[in-house]
Ligand binder design. Sequence first.
Ligand code: HEM
Length: 213
Amino acid sequence: MNWFTNTLWTSVGKKLLMAVTGLFFCVFLALHLVGNLTIYAGKDAFNSYAEHLHSLGPLLTAAEWGMLLFALIHICTGLLLFYQNFTARPERYAVNKRAGGRTLGSATMPYTGVILLLFVIYHLFNFHFVDKTHTTIFQIVSTAFSKPSYVVIYTFAMIVAAVHVSHGFWSAFQTLGANHPKYTPFLKGLSLVFSLIVGIGFGFIPIYVSLLV
Ligand code: HEM
């Protein structure tokens, strides 16, 4: 067991933790998007999706605690790696060489990560930690998106999410060993497609709902 904890404490170990937890959140994002897309089928479909989700009871609670644990690991490890990279390079280089080249996504990972963390806290207080006894989830979402400030914040956050996953997705595969001239271009393409699906798929929902109300 000691080798396991020792490995996790190395920088490779920390990157592995980031990759595994990051890919877990990519799966969560894909499932969350599929659920949210039911809003296009109308309020009954969206409410029924939320009811089905809540009918999972203890399973949902377990998934939520698991997600919180993974989020803590992802955020703390990410901040630690950022701090270690920062202190390891006292003089700033004009060009920061990363495998795969410097892209908007790779250059902004820590910043988009922090914005996403703030967004998720805001988001949970908007839609999750609210009294749902005399209302429906559709009502809560449509009341929020009737306010232009919510639409702007959500749309901006979805662009940030897309930029974050555009690098995180393929970088996670690279950390897990899929670093091969044959697979890298495919994974980069897949990463771009996934980030566009996240950005456009989530980003259009606030705009669509605001046009309904
Ligand atoms: C337009 C975009 C989005 C909409 C409309 C939306 C909608 C919702 C709704 C309605 C819930 C509450 C479900 C319930 O408790 O019944 C929820 C929960 C949640 N959302 Fe989103 N979401 C969006 C984007 C995102 C994004 C981009 C993330 C992550 C970066 C995210 C993370 C979460 C999390 C972690 C929960 C709590 C899940 C749970 O504990 O059940 N959401 N979302």
